[in-house]
Design a binder for this molecule. Structure first.
Ligand SMILES: [Zn+2]
Length: 293
C-alpha cells in the first residue's frame, strides 16, 4: 500500500513487526539486513533506488559472517516481503516483478525522507534492528563491516530496559561468571585488574533475541575473542560439552598450537554442578542456527 507520509510511530511499528524467524523457526535476518543496507544508503547520500543485484552482492558477505548457516546457495533477499511491510518500493523496467534482473528498489520516498531528516531516528532504527535480529556481541562488528560504525550508539535505544530488567541481567551475569569462576569456558583464561575480573562475558547459547532463556543451562562465560567466534558460528559445543570447530575458521596462532583455539574435541571448562552446565536443547539451537560447519 503506498504511503504518502509516514509518521515516526508508524515507521517504528513496521520495523518492530519484521519477523525474526521464518515460518519453520529458523533465523531470518534478510529483511533486517536489507533495511540496514538502505539506511546506509540514506547516510551516505546514495540514490534512493538501487539495483537489487547490487544490494544482493553487498548483502552476501554480511550474510556469510552474520547470517544463519546455509548449505547450498542462499535464497534471494526478501524484497517483496519488505514491500509488503511498507518498507520497500520496487521499480522494474516495465515489468511488475521484484525478481527481474533489472529491478531496482529502496525505501519508499516517505521513509527515505523521514530518515534523511532525522539522524536520531536513523540511529535508533539501526539499534532496534540489531537488538531484534542479532546477538549483542556481533552488533558493533556488523556495523563496522557495513561501513556505518558511526551509528553504533547504544544510548539511542528507544525501548530502554527498565531498572528492574537491568537488575535481572546484571544479577544473571554475575551468577554465570561466578559459576565459571570468571574464566572463559573455552580457553580457561581469566584476567583480573586489582581483583576485578575483566574481559569475560556472559554469552547466551540460544540467543535471548530469539527466545533463549536466562538460565545457567543456556549460558557460558567466554572471553571476548571466544564470545565473538561463538556468536558468528566459528565453533560450537557438542552435547558431551566438547569443542566442535568450523571448517570455515582460520587461525594464525603465534603463541603455539592451541593457544587461540584448543584442538577439536577438547572438553570445555564447565561448572562442577551438572545442573549448571549447558543443556543439549540449547546447544542444538546453536548448532542449527549459528554454527558454520
Ligand atoms: Zn577464551
Amino acid at each position: 500500500m503506498p504511503i504518502s507520509a509516514m509518521t515516526q510511530d508508524a515507521f517504528r511499528e513496521r520495523i518492530a513487526g519484521l519477523e525474526v524467524h521464518s515460518g519453520d523457526g529458523h533465523r531470518a535476518p534478510g529483511k533486517a539486513l536489507l533495511v540496514l543496507l538502505a539506511v546506509r544508503g540514506v547516510l551516505h547520500g546514495s540514490p534512493r533506488l538501487r539495483a537489487h543485484s547490487h544490494l544482493e552482492e553487498e548483502a552476501q558477505p554480511l550474510l556469510e559472517v552474520f547470517g544463519p548457516p546455509m548449505s547450498g546457495s542462499r535464497p534471494d533477499l526478501p524484497f517483496q516481503r519488505l514491500a509488503d511491510s511498507g518498507l520497500w518500493e520496487t521499480e522494474a523496467l516495465g515489468i511488475a516483478s521484484t525478481s527481474t534482473p533489472n529491478a531496482t528498489g529502496g525505501f519508499p520516498q516517505s521513509v527515505y525522507d523521514l530518515l534523511a531528516n532525522d539522524y536520531y531516528l536513523m540511529k535508533e532504527t539501526v539499534l532496534h534492528l540489531l537488538d531484534l535480529h542479532f546477538t549483542k556481541s556481533v552488533q558493533p562488528d556488523l556495523l563496522e563491516m557495513l561501513g556505518v560504525s558511526e551509528l553504533w550508539d547504544p544510548s539511542s535505544r528507544s525501548a530502554q530496559a527498565s531498572p528492574q530488567q537491568r537488575a535481572v541481567v546484571a544479577g544473571f551475569r554475575a551468577t554465570v561468571l561466578n559459576a565459571y569462576r570468571n574464566r572463559c569456558a573455552v580457553c580457561g583464561n581469566g584476567v583480573w585488574v586489582d581483583g576485578t575480573p575483566l574481559g569475560i562475558q556472559l554469552t547466551h547459547i540460544h540467543w535471548h533475541s530469539h527466545g533463549g532463556e536466562f538460565s545457567l543451562s543456556n549460558a557460558l562465560a567466554l572471553c571476548t575473542l571466544h564470545q565473538k567466534l561463538f556468536d558468528v558460528g566459528g565453533f560450537t559445543i557438542s552435547d558431551d560439552l566438547r569443542l566442535v570447530i568450523s571448517s570455515r575458521l582460520r587461525v594464525e596462532d603465534s603463541g603455539g598450537n592451541g593457544w587461540i583455539m584448543p584442538i577439536p574435541g577438547s572438553p570445555i571448562h564447565v561448572p562442577e554442578n551438572p545442573d549448571h552446565r549447558p543443556h543439549p536443547d540449547n546447544l542444538v539451537w546453536h548448532r542449527r542456527e549459528v554454527f558454520r560447519k
